[in-house]
Each structure stands twice: as structure tokens, then as C-alpha cells.
Design a protein around this ligand. Structure first.
Ligand SMILES: [Fe+2]
Length: 569
């Protein structure tokens, strides 16, 4: 039984294909179209489906759209309708609508959503028609609209390693909800409650992101990075507007940021101390609020573990604090926690509903396209590129890294979710402090942005305080005091690092590379950042990788078995 999950209502458009409970493929559309986040999360772009990602998922399974049994669209437009009437209820409060300019477009938004199935068949771009064409006559699928937050929830508990867990999802907004709670136990899922708009921790974070001169629904991680440099100067004021109830509910009072904190920062202008302090205070209030909600959820469910999804769950500082608080025995965050992951959740939910069993545990994110050595070889020859075939990929790459070369690394299936985790990564040595600056220069990023370490899983506890399995780079840990001087490039200003642990089962070649680097340097850690430059999606194909390599200051590219190097100028 094939179930195709689609996320298209807002941004990070994506597709996921599940076959009898097993995830065959999942990818964001941005990797194929090269448009970051796929599109802006505005109502008049809701018609646009992730055709390229869908086409890839079908190709990976060797099927056509007509072969699909269920299509799970991760948003339910009917939840936007008032019960018993056909009138549209604007889910935004008038003030919020006026602020964002969304409200006047809602009828169009709704129309695009309810017609998504027609659009899927009729709107496919010409060059992708091959796998979609027969669906016009031969389709037999059942179409399902799956609530946005239920999709986030299912992406967490159905993919988690747990048989029993509490579930919390936090994002900007879904149809009406911004936060959701549930309990998964005995192969049964019970929704416990939802916080609805306009009260949204995600939206508060987005508002501040925009106020600080960054792109909302996109750059929230930059605010999280800024927070480490600030002081808790505004904590009391922000605490004042977030009111947590006894039942997991919370309310957020309207806040005029300009009135309270002065003029908004113009994008690209100098960052002032108050900007760092606002970010710090916001991050602080987010963390303490989520801790309080988690304590309520633990009391209510009695569940030993917690799993999280929704865009806010990409906040790895918050996640680190939640894990360290030991409210739950373990905390698991679904790595495509943003809206891209709702395609995964919707597909897993429908599969689970129809088959009545769960056959999947998400242990890695390598669910995207790969290129064979033969394909890479043909691409290199066609472009008349100078490349050398490596006998020992791991060892020869480790040698270059130990010489402080910065390397584009293209190996195996592309990652699903926003993080590069060793398939489409830029790798470097963490041993010299100036590496962070060099990497930020290569990627044309702001100076305050930290770079993150990948570490051999078995070594994590030696190098990071409380270091344990963390394969998705979604938790921060303190760098161990006796190791801090060995890996200065990955140590953030507050002494933490956003760690990825790697074991051999997840990505053998990446693991072997870390081991080879340790043999040469005594350090089982590499810097890992995504293989892209500013504003670009992570590379997907050999062409993307080679273009990025030749148009950035990268020193070398290791792609499949081949090494491309630049001559010293
Ligand atoms: Fe969401």
C-alpha cells in the first residue's frame, strides 16, 4: 500500500512516500527548484504543489502517481469553515490580519486548498508529466485532508523510537492551532488539547525575528544564535505577556514591539546590544514557558518520554534545556520538525489508520536522492572537469581536513529536513579557532553564527558534557572543559555546541571519515555545516555541488569516489 504525503499549504513544501509503513523517500521541493523554502508562506501561493519532490518520491519507488493508494494532504481546509455553515471564519484576529495582510486572501487560500487534488493532476509542469499522466484516467487513490497539527504530531510519535510517549507540537500556526498535546500508548493515540490562534509561541518568536531585521518564518535560528550574546534585560516584560494556565493552555497578550523596544532593526544594519538582549530575553521566556508546559504534560500523561515536532522544536537550545531538566526520561525531536515534516506525518498517519500497525522508527534522515558513481563519472567527463578517483575516500579526505582544507562533501542519499548531516555537508577541522570565521566567510554568513560539530557517537560523552546519542543536531551540549581548547571552532560563545553524533549504521562513510580524522589528529570531531551558500537551498545534485564548489572559496570537493581540488592562486 502506497501513501503519498504532501505539504503545500504554507512553506517548506515537501513530499513523502510510505510503502506499507516504511518510508521510501522524503524530500523538500526547494532542493529541486532551488527556491529556498519552496515558496513564501502566503495564502496566494497555496496552489503551488511540490511536484518535483513528488516526482522524485515516485521515481525512487519506481511507480507512477496512478499507483498510489492514499494521498495525505497535511492541512485540512474544512477546519477553517464554521461548523454547520459555509461561511469562512478568518482564523486571524482582525489586528493580526491587518498586521500581516493575510486576512483578505483567506477565501482564495481556502479555494486553493480544497482544489489541491485537481491541481495535482491538472497542474503538473510539462517536463514532469511522465509519472503523473496516467493518473488522469487510472487513479484509484483515496484523498485525505489531515489536520496540520495532527500531521506534526504523527510525524513525531509514529517516527519516534518510543512505544509510549507524550507528544507536544509547537509552531507558528496551523488551521487554528499553534500548539498541540497528545499521548501515545498501547498503539493508540489520544489528543489532549490544543492552544489556538492568536496565542502562539511560534508566532511571537517570528514577530521578534522580523523586528530584529531578519526574515520571519525562516531566520528564527539566527535569533536563537544572537540570544547567547545578550543579557536577560527584558525577561520580566516578556514574561508578563505570556500567561500559562493550569491545563497546558497559554495566552499571549498583544505586544507592540516598536512601542516597547524602539524602532525595528533595518535588515542588514548594525546589531546593537539591545538587539542581543531582546533575543536573549525572548529565548529565556520561550524556554521557561515550554518547561512549564512539559511539566504539565508529564503530570497529565505519566508518559516516560516526550517527542516534539513543529517549527519551534528546531530550537536546539530549548531542546537541550528540556532534555537537561529531566522532566521526561528521554526527549526525541523529529528532525524535519518544521512544516516539511508534515508530509511525513500525514503519510504515516494515514498508513497507520489503514493498516493498523506501525513499522517505522526514524533512525536517520537520508531519505532523498543519491547519485551513483557512474552518474557522477559521466557528469565529470561531460563537464571536462579535472578530478581524481580516490582509493580510500575516508582516509584521503581526512588528510585534507587535517591540513585545514575546507571540503564540500557529497555522499549518498540527501538529507530530509533543514540540517545537512553528512550527505550534503561542508566539512572542516575544528582544531583552529579561526575556522569558524573562515566558514562564515565561505558561506557569506553573519559573524555571530556558530558552526556545529559532528562527533563519533561512542566518543560523544568524552567531548561533550552529558553527550549522548543526538543524530539530528537538535540538542546543544556544553563542550567538556578539558576538551574546549582542542575544538575551539565549534564552541559557541556560551560554551555550548549543537552536536551531531554519528554511528556506523547511519552513514558508514561519514563515520569512517570521522574515525580517519581521529587517527590523524586525535580529535573525533569535525565541523559540519550545510553544503550551500547564503540564501541557497542545500545542494541536491552533482551539478549543484560542482557549481557551489567553483563559485565559493571551498578548497576541495569530494563527490562519490572523486576528488576535485582548486589550485592555489
Ligand atoms: Fe507547522
Amino acid at each position: 500500500m502506497y501513501t503519498l504525503g504532501i505539504n503545500a499549504a504554507y512553506h517548506d513544501t515537501s513530499a513523502c512516500l510510505v510503502e506499507d509503513g516504511r518510508v521510501v523517500a522524503a524530500a523538500e521541493d526547494e532542493r529541486f527548484t532551488r527556491i529556498k523554502h519552496g515558496k513564501r508562506p502566503v495564502p496566494f501561493s497555496a496552489w503551488e504543489l511540490p511536484y518535483h519532490a513528488i516526482d522524485y518520491c515516485l521515481a525512487e519507488a519506481g511507480i507512477e502517481l496512478a499507483d498510489v493508494d492514499h494521498i495525505a494532504y497535511a492541512y485540512d481546509p474544512y477546519l477553517l469553515l464554521d461548523e454547520g455553515s459555509a461561511t469562512i471564519t478568518l482564523p486571524l484576529e482582525p489586528s493580526a490580519g491587518a498586521r500581516s495582510g493575510l486576512a483578505p486572501w483567506e477565501p482564495l487560500f481556502l479555494s486553493y486548498l480544497v482544489n489541491a487534488e485537481r491541481q495535482l493532476v491538472d497542474g503538473v509542469p510539462h517536463r514532469l508529466r511522465k509519472r503523473f499522466q496516467s493518473a488522469k484516467a487510472d487513479r484509484h487513490w483515496r484523498w485525505h485532508f489531515v489536520e496540520h497539527h495532527l500531521s506534526h504530531e504523527a510525524s513525531a510519535f509514529l517516527a519516534s523510537p518510543f512505544d509510549e510517549c507524550a507528544v507536544m507540537t509547537l509552531d507558528g500556526r496551523g488551521e487554528r492551532a499553534s500548539t498541540s498535546y497528545g499521548h501515545f500508548a498501547n498503539d493508540d493515540y489520544r489528543r489532549l488539547g490544543q492552544v489556538t490562534m492568536p496565542h502562539s509561541l511560534g508566532l511571537l518568536y517570528e514577530d521578534v525575528t522580523e523586528y530584529l531585521g531578519f526574515l520571519r518564518s525562516s531566520d528564527e535560528y539566527k535569533v536563537m544564535a544572537l540570544a547567547s550574546y545578550g543579557k536577560p534585560r527584558y525577561v520580566d516584560e516578556l514574561r508578563h505577556i505570556v500567561e500559562v494556565g493550569v491545563d497546558g493552555m497559554y495566552r499571549i497578550a498583544p505586544l507592540n514591539l516598536t512601542q516597547r523596544f524602539g524602532p525595528a532593526r533595518a535588515p542588514g544594519s548594525e546589531l546593537e546590544p539591545r538587539h542581543f538582549d531582546i533575543a536573549h530575553s525572548l529565548q529565556h521566556v520561550l524556554e521557561e514557558t515550554v518547561l512549564e508546559l512539559a511539566m504539565w504534560l508529564a503530570r497529565t500523561t505519566g508518559a516516560p518520554n516526550l517527542c516534539l515536532a513543529g517549527g519551534v522544536a528546531l530550537n536546539c537550545v530549548m531542546n537541550g534545556r528540556l532534555r537537561a531538566a529531566k522532566i521526561f526520561r528521554d526527549v526525541w525531536v523529529q528532525p524535519a520538525a518544521g512544516d516539511a515534516g508534515t508530509a511525513l506525518g500525514a503519510a504515516l498517519w494515514i498508513d497507520w489508520q489503514h493498516r493498523g500497525r506501525r513499522d517505522y522508527r526514524m533512525d536517520h534522515v537520508y531519505l532523498g536522492p543519491a547519485s551513483t558513481d557512474a552518474e557522477i563519472d559521466a557528469f565529470i567527463r561531460r563537464g571536462k572537469l579535472r578530478a581524481r578517483r580516490l582509493d580510500d575516500i575516508a582516509d584521503e579526505t581526512a588528510k585534507l581536513l587535517a591540513e585545514d582544507k575546507i571540503i564540500g562533501w557529497f555522499q549518498g542519499r540527501m538529507e530530509f529536513g533543514p540540517r545537512a548531516l553528512g550527505s550534503r555537508s561542508i566539512l572542516a577541522s575544528p582544531i583552529r579557532p579561526e575556522m569558524q570565521e573562515r566558514l562564515n566567510d565561505i558561506k557569506d554568513r553573519e559573524d555571530f553564527r556558530p558552526v556545529a560539530p559532528a562527533v563519533i557517537e561512542e566518543r560523544a560523552a568524552e567531548w561533550f558534557v552529558g553527550g549522548r546519542r543526538s543524530p539530528f543536531m537538535l540538542f546543544v551540549f556544553d563542550v567538556a572543559a578539558d576538551k574546549a581548547e582542542r575544538i575551539p571552532a565549534v564552541r559557541h560563545v556560551d560554551g555550548t555546541a549543537r552536536v551531531q553524533t554519528v554511528n556506523r549504521a547511519q552513514h558508514p562513510l561519514y563515520y569512517d571519515l570521522l574515525c580517519a580524522f581521529e587517527r590523524r589528529t586525535g580529535v573525533p570531531v569535525l565541523v559540519n555545516t550545510s553544503f550551500n551558500t547564503r540564501g541557497e537551498p542545500i545542494v541536491c545534485t552533482p551539478r549543484d555541488a560542482v557549481e557551489c564548489f567553483w563559485t565559493s572559496p571551498l578548497d576541495a570537493l569530494v563527490i562519490g569516489s572523486w576528488l576535485l581540488e582548486k589550485e592555489a592562486p
